[in-house]
Design a protein around this ligand. Structure first.
Ligand code: DX5
Ligand code: ZN
Length: 225
């Protein structure tokens, strides 16, 4: 089954003094991406549980929580309690990926593992059958507005081969440096959920920016249909 392209604006690039209005301006998107950074796993601090609760109360879109934290084992349950619809934790941050995936799915949320740029896709081999989504970081996590790392294209293709070998079809999310000019290429290589921070919130017309990225991604998806 071919999955349609979905766009997930990242609130990291939004004006945090006007989060409610910002959410309203991206209501034509498919998901809202919330970057949780702890100042330890990555050298930046962002949102936490209170922001997730506030975002949940202000949007009807599913909230895609990206945990860039050192202790997902301790924190995942709290983010589920606060309403996360999708939870991505980093492979690099836990020795218990399987336990966390089971916990997230048992609670009815979608489970996803995020891989840093230097972490190979083959590490997911033992667990790929259990995943609802894989998040391929296309920049080093920690900051918005960075440039897309080109070797991510190879990782996307490897991930697709791994999924084909296992006969599974998880969502594949790309995060970092995504804009309308590279959306077609990443979508053709297997990504179906595109996180976009600066390319959406840096645009005056957010709905138009979302549409442009989605149109490009859909063109890419058609290439592999
Ligand atoms: C980076 C975050 C991204 C970030 C992407 O660590 O995980 O979600 O917001 O920002 P852009 O789209 O500006 O690269
Ligand atoms: Zn993110």
């Amino acid at each position: 089954m071919q999955r349609p392209a979905r766009i997930a604006p990242s609130l990291l690039a939004a004006d945090c003094l006007r989060l409610g209005e910002e959410l309203d301006e991206v209501k034509t998107a498919d998901l809202v991406h919330l970057d949780v950074m702890d100042g330890h796993f990555v050298p930046n601090l962002t949102f936490g549980l209170d922001t997730l609760r506030a975002v949940k109360s202000a949007t009807s879109l599913p909230v895609d929580v990206h945990l860039m934290i050192s202790n997902p084992d301790e924190m995942v349950e709290k983010y589920l309690d606060a309403g996360a619809d999708i939870v991505s934790f980093h492979y690099e941050a836990t020795a218990h990926a399987h336990r966390l995936v089971s916990l997230i799915r048992d609670r009815g949320a979608k489970a996803s593992i995020a891989l840093n740029p230097a972490t190979p896709v083959c590490l997911l081999e033992p667990i790929i059958d259990e995943l609802d989504m894989v998040l391929i970081m296309t920049v080093n996590p920690g900051f918005g507005g960075q440039s897309f790392i080109e070797s991510s294209m190879r990782k996307l293709r490897r991930l697709r081969r791994l999924c084909d070998e296992h006969g599974v079809n998880p969502h594949v999310e790309v995060d970092g440096g995504i804009h309308a000019r590279n959306a077609q290429e990443v979508a053709a290589a297997g990504a179906n959920i595109l996180v976009a921070g600066s390319s959406v919130f840096g645009a005056a017309d957010r709905a138009a920016a979302i549409r442009a990225i989605r149109d490009a991604a859909e063109a890419g998806r058609r290439k592999i249909a």
